[in-house]
Design a protein around this ligand. Structure first.
Ligand SMILES: Cc1cc2nc3c(=O)[nH]c(=O)nc-3n(C[C@H](O)[C@H](O)[C@H](O)COP(=O)(O)OP(=O)(O)OC[C@H]3O[C@@H](n4cnc5c(N)ncnc54)[C@H](O)[C@@H]3O)c2cc1C
Length: 508
């Protein structure tokens, strides 16, 4: 903090990932009060204000690097606490719309653990920062005028309508944020909002992993849907997390949604485009009920286009939510806050209009994720929202070709993961070196079965040679995973050795 300037105070509404990272960034310039409606637990524990934590949360390398820069050493802290750093696609068995991706050496990585663990490590680091404190309470309004926000009104367990004054207020209150309404009450109008909703429903259950799976580094297993086929999109995923557990998540768009019925969980997983997730879960001991979340629409509030008052900006899910299947939310929040840090270091907290500028520097990351998510989601039957822009079909054709090539050409696998993990902008796909490979893309020689090694199949109790299970691809009757994709034997030879990449080196 600059000792010569008057002491400044910032209030962050919401103490989840975006709020905590905002507090870390602001602590360089002000004392910070993080207000959350929940009492924030000391360790990894569920809480009311974070219901999505019951579901799989993947943090991509693009986000992990951004958080590492805000909180140096956090990756080591996560792994010490039990999180697993996975090499991508080495530690990933995934069937995209275009086919199985070979498990070549590391191109990117992700952090796998429960969301409660991920947050608890960040929380411990942030609340230990000098000048950061937390307050339990629900913010009910912004204080100020249409020209300047000067604080918030909070209902705490002890006092209703407590006024907290602030030089800067950051809204990080998530998907249910009331910031638009609060700003309207101050006289700020014309804040536009857009929504694209595929009707996606998430269902998650945690299982005990088979003995030895954790120790051997059992891969993430994921079967994606194919938005090109006009049937509801259905997916099934297993993410190995801390404590030798498998977090299994199903998803389905309108007309093909999973339910909370525990007896229907494994049959659903067996009936997506490949039955591997269902096969792996068969006979495993469930450790939780099935958690179901609806209302996962892509929603974007265009704060950056409005005449925002001074002293305010919004981050994280309050600004935009994305179809969770793409795993973008935490990364977009982290990258946006890294950009805010650069801005604040250059101009300082007292710079006139700093809130509006912060809102604008966040926007590019939001736009990229929004385009990626909504251009796919709008293709599903019954999806509601804006229609694709002219030219989107051409672009989708190019991306389709790139993804087909990624099933056989390691250079395209690298290009795919670089963008999916938000380690670079999608314009990377138009780089001449990538275009050259896309023009030659082919699926000749692509894997016909999930690339699990013989050792992994043995640990999971599967037959050494992958086979087909009757009933696969029957959820909708039109799934593209078919018996014609005959098993061709274990794909163990496709598995390349890990080639670890230093996350910090990549961030530079
Ligand atoms: C089912 C599902 C799966 C997801 N999977 C992934 C994934 O794999 N990868 C990924 O990157 N992202 C994923 N996301 C998105 C991710 O959960 C969010 O992007 C992430 O939590 C960051 O959000 P946030 O901090 O902005 O808000 P949130 O995490 O929603 O937190 C908002 C906080 O504000 C508090 N709060 C709310 N209102 C008030 C108030 N009035 N006063 C005080 N406090 C308040 C709440 O208690 C809460 O702590 C998923 C989302 C869903 C729904």
């Amino acid at each position: 903090m600059n000792q010569s300037s008057p002491p400044r105070h910032a209030v962050v509404i919401g103490g989840s990932l975006a709020g905590l990272l905002a507090a870390a960034v602001l602590a360089e310039h002000a004392t910070v009060t993080v207000v959350d409606a929940d009492p924030l637990p000391e360790g990894p524990a569920p809480r009311r204000g974070l219901p999505q934590a019951r579901h799989t949360h993947l943090l991509w390398s693009g986000g992990a690097r951004a958080i590492e820069r805000i909180l140096p050493g956090i990756t080591a802290d996560w792994t010490k606490a039990g999180a697993i750093r996975r090499s991508l696609p080495t530690d990933l068995v995934t069937k995209t719309a275009q086919g199985w991706i070979p498990r070549c050496g590391e191109k990117q990585f992700n952090i796998s653990c429960s969301r409660d663990l991920l947050d608890s490590v960040v929380r411990a680091r942030v609340i230990a920062l000098s000048g950061v404190s937390t307050l339990q309470g629900r913010v009910r309004a912004l204080e100020g005028t249409a020209a300047r926000v000067t604080g918030v009104l909070v209902d705490t367990p002890e006092e209703e309508g407590r006024l907290l004054t602030a030089d800067l207020v950051i809204d990080a209150s998530g998907r249910g944020s009331r910031a638009r309404t609060w700003l309207q009450a101050l006289g700020v109008s014309g804040i536009r909002q857009a929504e694209v909703d595929s009707g996606l429903v998430y269902a998650t259950r945690i299982f005990e992993a088979p003995a030895g799976a954790h120790e051997m580094g059992f891969p993430i297993v994921n079967v994606q849907s194919d938005p090109r086929v006009p049937v509801p999109g259905q997916t099934a995923t297993i993410v190995p997390i801390e404590n030798g557990q498998w977090q299994a998540t199903l998803s389905g768009t309108r007309g093909g949604q999973p339910t909370g019925d525990p007896d229907a969980f494994i049959p659903f997983a067996r009936a997506v485009r490949d039955p591997i997730v269902g096969e792996l879960l068969e006979g495993r001991k469930p450790l939780t009920d099935v958690a179901v979340t609806q209302g996962t629409a892509n929603r974007r509030v265009y704060f950056e286009k409005a005449e925002l008052p001074d002293g305010f900006f919004a981050v994280g899910d309050s600004v935009a939510t994305f179809n969770p299947l793409y795993g973008q939310g935490m990364t977009v929040a982290a990258q946006g806050l890294l950009a805010v840090r650069t801005l604040l270091r250059a101009k300082g907290l007292a710079h006139p209009g700093i809130g509006r500028e912060a809102q604008r520097v966040i926007a590019p990351q939001v736009s990229t994720a929004w385009e990626l998510a909504t251009s796919q989601d709008i293709l599903y039957p019954g999806a509601t929202g804006m229609k694709p822009r002219t030219g989107t079909g051409l672009l989708n054709g190019y991306v389709n070709r790139l993804m087909t090539g990624a099933t056989t050409d390691e250079a395209l696998t690298a290009a795919l993961f670089k963008v999916l993990t938000m380690s670079t902008a999608p314009t990377h796909w138009l780089h001449p070196s990538v275009v050259w490979h896309v023009l030659r893309a082919s699926d000749r020689g692509a894997l016909k079965a999930p690339p699990l090694t013989a050792a992994e199949r043995a640990v999971a109790g599967l037959d050494p040679v992958p086979g087909r299970t009757p009933g696969a691809g029957t959820n909708t009757g039109t799934g593209t995973g078919t018996a014609t994709e005959a098993a061709t034997g274990p794909a163990a030879e496709q598995v390349g050795p890990a080639d670890p990449v230093d996350p910090l080196a990549q961030a530079r």
